[in-house]
Design a protein around this ligand. Structure first.
Ligand SMILES: [Zn+2]
Length: 327
């Protein structure tokens, strides 16, 4: 073999090794980008209490388009491009959008905006705001929006052994009757709960299970939807309820009566509760039908895009809460 041919062969060999190295490097970069995108959602959101539900939230973090626009996650670096024209954009919160997009770089900016408008960039139970429009059936109560200790909903009436707001109670009776007509025995295990009752429940749960675990399934006093008189727990408070014919029927049909399944596994990274197949929330038939059409996004997202901003009314206008329910 001539010296010339040996050199050529060595050169080919070197070329092959260089190509291999380049491919390996590219693979490493791709893997790194994938994982940094996936995990930054959990690391960056500044909520130490959420650790208990962290894995669920991280796993679902790529999904929070909900029923919205179905955008691909491409626009995260786009800065303010385009978001100022969103109807739920509030220039006063531009700095919060920016800060949250740094913490949640895998999310597109239009999701960042509704999440900030729902206060999801804040610390749950710590950096909180009183429920806006607390007499509206479309109110939002969660770990970021609380009821005052003295808040009692209007017109509580009995449904079985529980109490609900009259509008929710009428719809609930109809739902229970229709379920019965199809052979399903739905009953309200728990409806309205006062601040004091919730306080006793939560105190008991957190004493038994510790605060971190209790927070995944029980609201702290003032933060429970049950204080609104618009929420019900059906039958048995177990995950198994979701697999029963009653639970399946309720999940499929509740929206027709104005109720939505409030805490799902898909939404747990937003609600910070585990899946609760027994817990339904009355939001009115019109809103529930819209939620159904949208494919049941997190209620937080629906609320920002259709309640907080839809009527050309900003958050501050809803703050007095003296006006009666709309819708
Ligand atoms: Zn409940």
């Amino acid at each position: 073999m001539s010296e010339n041919r040996k050199q050529k062969r060595r050169a080919r060999k070197r070329g092959g090794i260089v190509l291999l190295l380049v491919l390996v490097a590219a693979l490493v970069v791709v893997v790194y980008l994938l994982f940094s995108g996936t995990f930054s959602g959990g690391d960056g959101d500044g909520a130490p209490e959420r650790d208990g539900g962290g894995s669920v939230r991280d796993a679902a973090a790529g999904d929070d388009d909900g029923g919205g626009d179905g955008d691909a996650y491409g626009g995260a670096e786009g800065g303010d491009d385009g978001i100022t024209s969103l109807w739920y954009y509030d220039a006063a919160n531009a700095d919060r959008y920016k800060a949250y997009s740094v913490r949640m770089p895998h999310l597109p900016m239009d999701d960042i905006v509704w999440m900030v408008e729902a206060n999801l960039d804040k610390e749950p139970y710590v950096d909180v705001e009183e429920v806006l429009s607390p007499y509206s059936v479309t109110l939002l109560a969660n770990k970021y929006f609380y009821f005052s200790e003295s808040y009692v909903p209007p017109e509580l009436v009995a449904v079985g052994n529980s109490m609900l707001r009259a509008d929710a109670a009428d719809a609930m009776r109809e739902m229970i009757d229709d379920a019965a007509a199809e052979g399903h025995n739905l009953w309200v295990q728990s409806g309205y709960r006062s601040f004091d009752l919730q306080n006793r429940l939560y105190t008991g749960y957190s004493a038994a299970d510790g605060v971190e675990v209790a927070d995944t399934y029980s609201a702290r006093p003032g933060y429970s939807e049950h204080q609104s008189g618009l929420s019900v727990d059906f039958n048995t408070i177990t995950q198994a309820f979701g697999e029963t014919p009653e639970g399946i029927w309720a999940a499929e049909n509740a929206w027709k009566y104005g109720f939505i399944l409030r805490y799902t596994e898909e939404n747990s990274h937003i609600t910070l509760y585990m899946s609760e197949p027994w817990h339904f929330r009355f939001i009115g038939r019109e809103a529930a039908a819209e939620m159904h059409t949208l494919g049941f996004p997190p209620y937080e997202e629906y609320w920002v895009k259709n309640v907080k901003f839809v009527r050309n009314v900003t958050a501050s206008a809803g703050g007095d809460g003296d006006r009666p329910a709309v819708g």
